[in-house]
Design a protein around this ligand. Sequence first.
Ligand code: 3H9
Length: 676
Amino acid sequence: MIETRLHDDVLEILIANPPVNALGTKVRQGMFKAIEDADANAAIKAVVIRGSGKLFSGGADISEFGKAPVEPWLPEVVDRIEACSKPVVAVIHGMALGGGLEVALACHYRVATPKTKLGLPEVNLGLLPGAGGTQRLPRLVGVEAALGMIVTGKPVPATKGKEIGLVDLLAEEGELAEAAISFARSQSEVRRTGSLRVNATPEVFENFKAQNARAIGRMEAPLACIEAVKAATELPLDKGQQRERELFMGLMMGAQSKALRHAFFAERTAAKIVGLPEGTQPREISRVGVIGAGTMGGGISMNFLSAGIPVTIVEMAQDALDRGTGVMRKNYEATAAKGRMTSEQVEQAMGLLNPTLDFDALSQCDLIIEAVYENMDVKKDIFGRLDGVAKPGAILASNTSYLDINEIAAATNRPQDVVGMHFFSPANVMKLLEVVRGDKTAADVLVTAMGLGRKVGKVPVVAGVCYGFIGNRMLIPRQTQAVQLLLEGATPAQVDKVHTDFGMPMGPFQMADLAGVDIGWHRDPNRIENIRDALCAQSRWGQKTGAGFYDYDDKRKPSPSPVTQAIIDEFRAKSGVTPREISDEEITARTIYTMVNEGALILEEGIAQRASDIDVVWLYGYGWPRWTGGPMFWANEVGLQAILDGINKYAGQLGPDFKVSSLLQTCAAEGKPLDR
Ligand code: 3H9
């Protein structure tokens, strides 16, 4: 875990704890001892600390959090480093994150490669840097730069680090080790960051809080970070660290950090595919084909283009093709205008696009993603044609949001090569990718789709075949109950408010208005069976027509609609319903607990591999508030019996088709968390 090597009079301490050199117990013990030994050894003049593999260190070992701490704690280790009587130099390549950067901050000097990323991302785990980071960083770079790094959690490149005083010397990767050793040897003094002083007026902190109020939202950790940095301006190092420790422990024991740590591991666990034959290798993908240049097809293509993978995009008519590629270019240019891309990168990405009307051009592609509208006959026809065109071994994927992948696969003679790749709109932005495993999908096809998803920056999750897969299927009970609640006496704003108060970016009706109230309605426009149909019949299709469940002004600001209310009243009268007062508690039970129940059904049917995968789907596809960990984690924390009691209380209102999950019942009865 810790290796030491003597370079004449300079001791190199190497952190060797793959994959990310996390600072677990053994590393901390080894590092502490190595520094003690160096201090005591008269033959050693200076020390360098380096990481093995691809980075310096990814920080404290998160998997140890919440367990009984083992000494020495990281704060003790970093203090010991700073107290060393000989110059200690951090030699940083790749990344120094969290506790990793705190170790570097305790060193007397820092040498890094220009591409190195330095950051304190603890806030993303609902924590603050708890090993002196909130005290030493502001002392070194000033309060404003430190607040920026600590409260946003965003790392800075070492080149910026050099400008702000965080890095003393930059050296290219190949020369780093040598440069650092001679740098260390040439230092005659120790330089302790902890003994510096830093000042700031209270307004600096208040202004920062006000400017970042939206980003901070309901999160506890950013406020605690600000508090800790403030302590650095008021207290000497030891007292400031004490304050930092108190705040850190408070966050660590709290519900938000527990949920955020769950989210961190859930995201990584989702990449693991259950039941895969050992050694399954992905297929090579050097060109992707996309069928359909609409919103989805264009967005999907952009993911690959941005990652440097050429795309052949096929449409049926020239004007649709031109429109589609035009939108893609406009999107890229908008990103460039915000400074997040250079114009060369825009040209590079667009240069990898081959727009064509020639379906046969797909024969060049290793993966072909169909992104046309949701109609089984159309999709079957396309897959039948693809079967005749695609090269042997090419992966045939559908972006369907609801339809049966097995039925689509059956339209080909190669069902083993067919898989679902369900992107979320806007597909170039949303991180979630549901990879739908058909009955016959080959293991290497699944591995390829999952790996490629990660390569283009998505968070892929495996789902089985059912109507709506994981995410959209869980929307169904929510939407059904939400509309039913309107009939019984609630208003759209009341239902939505329960969801936004919960932390969701929008409620069911705001979402329906955004996505289009008319989805699925056009197939049978004469049918008016419910409130939704009636809205559609009056062209209230949502934001796109300026009216849906809400009225919209020209800035798309919603307001309650008297027209919608009249439609609701009419349906109440028709159904003989006398409206009653509906409580927020009832809305929660009927629109959120029922989603948890659907998640439990998804688990018991084996549609999701594990409960945490469902959390990942909702965190990355629907903006579920991350600090609650996702619907399944949240339900476990609330208590499954409480969820079940809520559902049972309103069983009479949930409709004849509502089915309570037996897994939910069993887990609640046995006091076990929801999982397969
Ligand atoms: C902290 O430092 C607190 C201190 O201030 C105070 C202490 C008192 N611990 O992401 P990857 C695992 S809090 C344990 O796929 P990449 C990860 O689960 C920490 N495990 O790799 C995965 O395991 P598996 C502050 C960790 O190359 C494997 O390593 N630091 C940790 O895409 C590979 O991970 C952070 O918040 C960890 N710290 O990205 C940084 N980190 O293979 C968190 C990773 O079994 N880490 N693992 O699924 C990251 O952001 C990314 O892992 C990193 C590498 C960018 C480093």
